[in-house]
Write a protein that binds this ligand. Structure first.
Ligand SMILES: O=C(O)CCC(=O)C(=O)O
Ligand SMILES: [Fe+2]
Length: 290
């Protein structure tokens, strides 16, 4: 059985707490709430930046696979490409000193550099069921087997853009699940605690920590988060093909060659999909099928 207590809540610290203290809590519990990570003004401006795109987006998933649809959420909207949608995001949020200080501390020694693997609005609407529990490192399946002794392959800043309550779908986390011996064990809902936050707070957590979006039991509240996650630089292709090959040339290639050079999404074992757009196939976004 798992040693660390499953009933403890998540610890909160001020966003100007020492880096060592923040990392100490994450190493122990798997995650920590950073109070006041963004200001009210930043929250308001970001929300205004993305509102038109959010309104244009339909909830739910276009994937054929039921497991990916469930991961996405039937009444959940996921908006990616936030660098394009939001000046506040590209100029302030991903240039936040605390983000870089924490990522330097996590990744510099093993990887040298790091980069963003996703930044997506996740807006869980009324009636949406709880998401399946998972660890974000499951996107890179071999690291499931390496477990607690493997390297850190992703960390996530899950930022609250509305208040998060237990009722409206606050992220559920299993504190200490980063220390479990078997990462095929994702735990049970009873072992989770809600990451209750005010808008502007962020849950900073390890890819080794079991968690999932909470059920939204309200009738009218849309819980909005941004999940902003980082990978070590070693999880990168050697050549930046999508920047090198003209899209018109790419359209003339076979689908499997398009996938080989990064013009289509990837579906590695155990992952709900990588290299996507709004959680949908990149090839569709690029109009590769005409
Ligand atoms: O929306 C949430 O609270 C968590 C979502 C999540 O963990 C994910 O999609 O990987
Ligand atoms: Fe996740």
């Amino acid at each position: 059985m798992n040693t660390l207590t499953d009933t403890q809540g998540l610890q909160s610290v001020a966003s100007d707490a020492p880096i060592e203290e923040i990392l100490h809590i994450v190493a122990r519990d798997g995650g920590v709430i950073l109070k006041g990570f963004l200001t009210k003004d930043q929250i308001d401006r970001f929300n205004a930046d993305v509102d038109p795109a959010m309104q244009a987006l339909a909830p739910g998933s276009t994937h054929e696979l039921e497991i990916i649809q469930m991961f996405h959420g039937a009444n959940t909207k996921r908006l990616t490409n936030l660098v394009t949608h939001s000046p506040t995001f590209r100029e302030e949020i991903i240039d936040h000193d605390l983000v870089h200080a924490l990522c330097d501390a996590v990744f510099l020694e093993e990887s040298g550099t790091y980069w963003m693997t996703t930044a997506q609005v996740i807006e869980i609407g009324p009636g949406n069921d709880a998401q399946m529990l998972h660890r974000d490192l499951e996107n890179w399946y071999p690291f499931v087997g390496l477990g607690k002794n493997g390297p850190e392959v992703t960390v996530n800043f899950l930022i609250a853009f509305t208040d998060f309550t237990e009722e409206n779908g606050a992220t559920r986390v299993i504190p200490g699940s980063n220390h479990w011996d078997d990462y095929e064990d994702r735990g049970t809902p009873e072992q989770t605690v809600p990451a209750v936050m005010e808008a502007g707070d962020a849950l900073f957590f390890s890819g080794k920590t079991a968690h999932g979006g909470g059920a939204n039991r309200t009738s009218d509240f849309y819980r909005r988060a941004v999940s902003f996650a980082v990978n070590p630089g070693f999880l990168t292709g050697e050549e930046a093909y999508p920047f090198l090959v003209d899209r018109e040339v790419a359209k003339t290639l076979s689908p499997r060659v398009q996938r080989l050079i990064g013009f289509r999404s990837q579906y590695p074992t155990g992952s709900p999909g990588l290299w996507q757009v709004d959680y949908a196939e990149l090839g569709d976004y690029l109009g590769l099928d005409g």
